[in-house]
Design a protein around this ligand. Structure first.
Ligand SMILES: Cc1cc2nc3c(=O)[nH]c(=O)nc-3n(C[C@H](O)[C@H](O)[C@H](O)COP(=O)(O)OP(=O)(O)OC[C@H]3O[C@@H](n4cnc5c(N)ncnc54)[C@H](O)[C@@H]3O)c2cc1C
Length: 459
């Protein structure tokens, strides 16, 4: 039986911090024993804790840490099909399979994410408008039920169980293995296009005229600029570079990129260090340094620039921060007017609040996936990092009201503040469908989380 450690844990936002009963199984037998341990009132799987709020916390109950169960079990180089334990990280897959010409078809903004976390969050990347979310590339999921019994689920044999598990935030069972397709890529490099936008109108115009056509696209917005500079941003577009686009010294081995050493934030910054002056200076420097044009950079710098600074969440000090991610949907006929008005309202509210937020991220989402609780749907998605200070929850309530009016919703993998009532307004009917499938899969309510109890996802 794996030992239970009573400890305090948080996720990436470092808020909230909760008492949990953690277990770290190293064998499949121990994983099943952890799931069924009678001393634990409920259990939840946790990957690398890169969700921001309380999705990977289970206050005063069992938290099964999966990172020691991360073996790659099979790979077919003809098709790219891979089977691995859920604790395997996307970073490990990149290190191992990129030299062989394969890359995960969807990568979020950090490589420190497990397969289990990627499935349970149905994560998206800079290519969502072109490629959809992570679950689109998953064939089968092996799920442990409340009795610790494994069962493979797929779209074909139990679509409800499959779609409740992708994006289901760990509430349908513990994922033990995932089978998915990696994508062949021509190199380990990205052909990156950079453009500066004077304000929001200019940024949205650039998305429509140019950046929507890239496989990968994203805009970094300076949230402290208001007035006629509201929405001032840097847009990045990217394509996998062809070998003949690389510097001569890299052409012979196009799938090998230089390894950079990560730096680290060694201490918690005092909370006063991050004020609107320091963030304003950072944002202005970022905008000024972004040179419009085209350049070939290695995939790490394009996909995971923040991973180059380990523990960057310490710059928010001990109180931590909340990441707020919302999607503001386009009309059914693709009209962007309502979504754009809501986006402008949120940015105006934020600029007025003068709450120091580093660059916010704006992206266009493509089609909605099949996950019963998956986050993306066609529209603008905006992500903000906000220090945990007095009055933050009031501001987030206001942003939630704008999101609800626009027919949008929040990303559960980032959430620490949504109220149950607002969540129900955002999710509508599909919430009942999810709950019904969840109850069928886990009638005794063995799987739970702090987020699930806060939002009424579990009885
Ligand atoms: C810097 C940074 C950038 C990010 N960028 C993006 C982005 O661009 N797009 C995006 O979509 N997300 C993004 N994220 C969020 C992150 O991708 C998700 O929160 C992801 O789920 C984290 O994976 P994890 O392994 O750390 O899971 P955890 O945070 O540990 O857990 C997340 C959820 O998955 C469940 N879970 C984990 N493992 C299992 C398992 N084996 N079985 C069942 N359930 C499980 C947990 O119960 C929990 O509900 C980012 C996070 C960071 C820190």
């Amino acid at each position: 039986m794996p030992r239970v450690h009573d400890t305090q844990l948080a996720c990436w936002g470092r808020h909230p911090v909760e008492a949990v009963r953690a277990l770290r199984p190293e064998k499949w037998g121990d994983l099943a024993r952890a799931v069924t341990d009678p001393d634990l009132p409920t259990v939840l799987a946790r990957g690398l804790g890169r969700s921001y709020g309380d999705a990977a916390l289970n206050r005063d109950a069992g938290l099964v840490l999966t990172e020691r169960l991360g073996r790659v079990l099979s790979f077919d180089p003809d098709t790219g099909r891979l089977r691995a334990e859920a604790g395997c990280s996307l970073g490990e897959l990149i290190d191992r399979f990129l030299p062989r010409g394969f890359f995960p078809p969807v990568v979020p903004g950090t490589r420190f994410v497990t397969l289990g976390g990627a499935v349970a969050g149905d994560v998206h990347g800079k290519n969502h408008h072109a490629a959809g979310s992570f679950a689109s590339y998953v064939h089968r999921i092996e799920l442990l039920d409340a009795q610790g019994q494994p069962r493979w689920v797929s779209r074909e044999d139990d679509p409800d169980a499959f779609h409740a598990t992708t994006g289901g935030m760990g509430l349908t069972g513990v994922i033990r293995q995932v089978e998915l397709d990696l994508a062949p890529v021509p190199s380990a490099w990205i052909d990156q296009h950079t453009e500066r936008a004077r304000n929001l109108d200019h940024a949205l115009e650039l998305f429509e005229s140019t950046f929507d056509a890239f496989t990968y696209s994203v805009a970094w917005i300076d949230c402290l600029s208001g007035g006629d500079k509201l929405g001032r941003s840097v847009l990045l577009g990217g394509e996998h570079a062809q070998p003949d686009q690389l510097a001569a010294k890299h052409r012979a081995r196009p799938h090998e990129a230089p390894r950079e050493r990560s730096r680290s934030v060694p201490i918690d910054f005092p909370s006063f260090a991050l004020n609107s002056m320091s963030v304003r200076a950072f944002n202005a420097a970022y905008y000024a340094r972004a040179k419009p044009g085209r350049t070939v950079i290695d995939q790490r710098r394009f996909f995971h620039p923040l991973d180059g600074v380990l523990h960057w969440n310490r710059i928010y000090g001990k109180p931590g921060f909340q990441q707020y991610q919302t999607v503001l949907p386009f009309d059914a006929d693709g009209n962007r007017k309502g979504a754009t008005a809501a986006l402008r309202e949120i940015l105006t509210r934020l600029a007025k609040s003068q709450r120091a937020s580093f660059l916010a991220v704006l992206k266009r989402f493509g089609d909605e996936g099949e996950g019963l609780l998956s986050f993306p749907k066609p529209g603008w998605t905006l992500t903000l990092d906000l220090p945990q200070r007095d009055g933050l929850d009031k501001l987030l309530r206001e942003l939630d009201a704008i999101t609800i009016d626009a027919g949008g919703r929040r990303y559960l993998a980032k959430d620490a503040s949504l109220t149950r009532e607002d969540f129900e307004r955002m999710e509508g009917e599909r919430l009942e469908t999810f709950k019904a499938v969840r109850t069928r899969l886990d009638p005794g309510g063995r799987f739970s989380s702090s987020l699930a109890r806060r939002l009424g996802l579990v009885p």
